[in-house]
Design a protein around this ligand. Sequence first.
Ligand SMILES: C[S@@+](CC[C@H](N)C(=O)[O-])C[C@H]1O[C@@H](n2cnc3c(N)ncnc32)[C@H](O)[C@@H]1O
Length: 299
Amino acid sequence: MASHRSPASDWYKTAFRYDYLRVYPHRNDEEAHRQVDFLVDNMDIPPSCEVLDLGCGDGRHSLELARRGYRVTGLDLSEELLERARRRTAEEGLDITFIQGDMRDPPGVSAFDLVVNFFTSFGYFQEDRENARVLDAITRSLRPGGRFLMDYLNREYVISTFVPADSRTVEGMEVEQRRWISGDPSETGGHVRINKQVRIREDGAERSYDESVRMYTLDELGEMMARAGLEIVQAYGDFDGSPVSADLPRNILVGQIGQSGEAGAFGETRQPGESRLAGESGSCADAALPDEKKAKPCP
Ligand SMILES: C[S@@+](CC[C@H](N)C(=O)[O-])C[C@H]1O[C@@H](n2cnc3c(N)ncnc32)[C@H](O)[C@@H]1O
């Protein structure tokens, strides 16, 4: 482990370009379609709600949400990925607002009913306080009663299935990936990251980029969210709806702004059928409330 050089702290500014799309070809529209199905089935968000896709990349989820009638804003740092998102949006005649910006700075305050954050678009910053700012941005961008879905890695699974190196050929380019874990996962509160160097050889030339993601345990993330005023209501281990488990790859966290600004900690017991949704917004945000408490749907 010690022989690896540390990725630059701003690795995320250069890692997400066209090569990223080619290295992860299975992170495509079909997958986004299934994941949006999951969101619709499990969150009961009425179409026409305002959704913020935080770290939207090339817009695969933004487009799918817009196709289903949601009013979508996608925010991302990568101008290259946004360019593709805008082009595809225009080709389909959809109406989506794409903003180039940093996920620590919300594009609107109390402006959204739902924030989505798909495919490990969290934990990129070196400092925990900077990662916490992303959660604050989610809270600030949500309307009262607003909800979120975060699709994050499962640290236990990453560690138990860890493969230090592999290589494959994709679209004529040779892709070699070297991975290493930094920090001590057995130390409570330790700063643990999964790091990757991606080396690409194509047409006789070589280039590389790095990735480095802070691996929070589910408890750590729940505590960070609670501090940001976010409450996890449900945690899934995969997009088939299975509950979180050590042998499933994801931590898919579904939740809401904590009631009256006081977020409950993850794991807090709740009576069956009892809603934790604030539901004071008169908007889509309270969609999971019992019918008699629901306000009018989004205009
Ligand atoms: C793993 S990709 C996921 C993209 C998209 N959610 C998806 O599932 O296809 C992470 C995305 O986060 C974006 N990103 C990285 N750092 C960012 C930052 N500081 N602010 C906003 N976006 C950022 C990247 O440009 C990239 O598009």
